[in-house]
Structure formats: C-alpha cells, structure tokens
Write a protein that binds this ligand. Structure first.
Ligand SMILES: Cc1cc2nc3c(=O)[nH]c(=O)nc-3n(C[C@H](O)[C@H](O)[C@H](O)COP(=O)(O)O)c2cc1C
Length: 269
C-alpha cells in the first residue's frame, strides 16, 4: 500500500450505507495494523471489532462522539490498551493506520471521541487492565442520490507554520527544509487529522532530529500526537528515510518551548 496516496485522499466519512463489510476485509486490515505498532508489545493492545453496529449505536448514543453525537455506521472498531510509556500515542497510531488501510480498500471511517469510558468498557466487556482509547465508525460511504462525493477535506496548517528551526518560533525556511530533504514529508504530515481539527502539534528541527511537541492539555492531544507520528513516519519511509519515533527525549530546555506545550518524542533523519 502507498501511504502518501491514502494520506492525501482520506477524509472523515460521516454517512454510511447499511451494507456490512465482509469479515475477511476487516480481519486483514486489523492484522496488518497490529503487525506495525509504534511502541510496546502487541499483546498490550486489544483491537475489538464491533460487528453489530446497530446495537452499539443505540447503546452508546449520547455517550460517544463529539458532545455525545454518535455517528451511525454498520460497524465500529475500538482499541484498548494496557498502560506503558507511549500507550496513548501507540493506540492512535495503530487506529489511524487502520483508517488509512481501510481507505485503501474503499472503506470510510470516522474517529469518535470517547465521552464515557466506563460505559464503553461495560458495554463491550473490556477487562479492567485495558483502557478504551481509540474508537472509529467504519463502513462503505453513502454518497447520496447522485453517487459522487464532493465533500472537501478540512483545512490544514501550512508547512512553514508546522516546524521551527532549532527553537520555538524560529522560522524554518523552505530552503532549509529542502536541503534537509524533509519538505515533502512535512507536506504530508500536516494532513494528519486531529480532535476538532485543532492540529495541536509543532515540530522543531534540531540537527539530525525532528522533535515533536504537542499542546499539553489532556489525553486527546496525545491521541493527536500518535496520529501525526504515523503520518510523519510513513511519509518519511516513502521518501527513503527509515527511522522510528523515540520517547526517551531529554535536554529540551534549549528549545524554549512555551508553557502549555511539551516535547513528547523525536525522530532521527
Ligand atoms: C481523537 C479524535 C476524535 C475525534 N472525534 C470525532 C467525533 O467524535 N465526531 C466526529 O464527527 N469527528 C471526530 N473526529 C474527526 C475530526 O473532526 C477530523 O479528523 C478533523 O476535523 C479533520 O477532518 P478530515 O478528517 O475530514 O480532514 C475526531 C478526530 C480525532 C483525531
């Protein structure tokens, strides 16, 4: 699968046909994404396919989705995880990988914010050691009577707003980005979806490292971080840079990161 093609095309889908998705398609997507996690051990996350979307929709309406606004779909997928360093980022990285792989197979998806974690665990019988973190609706897109989809992707920050040179707010010119061979990677990275499309991530170029910082409000920004890490890593891979994100970040004072933001990981280029 070519990630940058899916990254460029994918959009949130909120209207679905009632038609079910064959099990083998879902199985393949889930197995492939589980082979390709960000950090930790495969057994520390649990991916639950919710086949009976109708029941789940009526059970969780009012308790899932932005301000309880549940999206009606034939199926849903939940990722729950044990707790370890980077577990929230790992869950959203894996879920966004599922979304891109699903898109590649002609399926639409929509992230759903989890508003009542306890109710979700109870409903799906998730054992206590696993925390429900990432949830999506999944199915075939309903395109309406005319069968052509004209809905646009939401807008995104430009590359130059996304990355600083060595420290916070220091402009990183296109020249530098071109010389370092990362301009294309950032072009695709900026397309990452985020909660409320708030795009709470900024990068700092520090010699051979790209440092990821996020607005440090709550766990939602860590979900957004995992998603943007996937976009960066896969775009880098397709540009011939085969690195991995590392969470053991230190000596961050020199970046002058303002209050409300924090460095979470770095990637060697
Ligand atoms: C963690 C997370 C939670 C989200 N929750 C919801 C949700 O509950 N309902 C919804 O309609 N969209 C939800 N979204 C989708 C975002 O609104 C969407 O990704 C963003 O606006 C970008 O739009 P696009 O994917 O069409 O480009 C969520 C996205 C993320 C990353």
């Amino acid at each position: 699968m070519r990630y940058i093609k899916a990254i460029e095309e994918i959009r949130t889908i909120r209207d679905y046909k009632k038609e079910e998705v064959p099990d083998h398609i879902i199985d393949e997507i889930i197995i492939d994404a589980k082979e390709d996690i960000l950090i930790g051990r495969r057994d520390d996350i649990m991916i639950t396919f919710i086949k009976d979307g109708q029941k789940f929709y009526s059970d969780l309406s009012g308790k899932t989705g932005y301000f309880g606004k549940m999206i009606e779909a034939p199926h849903y997928i939940l990722i729950s995880s044990k707790q370890f360093s980077g577990y929230i980022e790992n869950s959203s990285y894996t879920m966004e990988n599922i979304r891109l792989r699903a898109w590649d197979k002609g399926l639409g998806t929509c992230w759903l914010s989890i508003e009542d974690e306890a109710e979700l665990s109870r409903n799906l019988n998730i054992s206590e050691e696993f925390i429900p973190l990432s949830l999506i609706a999944i199915g075939y897109q309903y395109k309406g009577f005319f069968k052509t989809d004209t809905s646009p992707k939401s807008s995104r920050l430009g590359v130059e707003e996304l990355i600083f040179d060595g420290q916070w707010e220091k402009l990183c010119t296109t020249n530098i980005l071109e010389t370092r061979g990362i301009i294309n990677i950032l072009y695709y990275t900026r397309l990452a979806p985020s909660w409320g499309n708030l795009q709470p991530w900024r990068f700092i170029l520090d010699d051979n490292k790209i440092v990821l910082t996020i607005a440090d409000k709550d766990f939602l920004q860590h979900l957004d971080a995992g998603i943007v890490m996937l976009y960066f890593q896969k775009s880098a891979q397709e540009e011939g840079i085969f690195g991995k994100w590392r969470f053991d970040i230190s000596h961050t004072d020199k970046y002058n990161i303002p209050e409300g933001y924090k460095a979470v990981a770095y990637f060697e280029i």
